[in-house]
Design a binder for this molecule. Sequence first.
Ligand SMILES: [Zn+2]
Length: 113
Amino acid sequence: MSTTTAKMKTTVELMRRGAVMIKEPCSVCNGVQLRYKGKVYCSNHDDLAVALQAKEILFPDVAEDLKNLLLVKLKESMSLLENEKDSAELDRLVSLMTRYVELLRKLEPAQRA
Ligand SMILES: [Zn+2]
């Protein structure tokens, strides 16, 4: 299979997945450009295989990352809390942890989706 045929197949696949051809030709090679998942690709000189692998940012993925980050922060706050004697500082830590926990609870349904 020639490179041109492969490119055409990939272009067709991208169109099938919702890519749209845009009017402006490529400023580099004057080739036909496609818009796919918010990015513009040149059907001639860009590696369209990269475009095919482009992933949309999905809320469950972000929620999962945020959840992990919050758990790490919560654990850090816990060790600080353990050694803290100052009541104002304790109060600050507890309210901070409360907010972490609240946010974690809110993220739970997203994880199941
Ligand atoms: Zn180009």
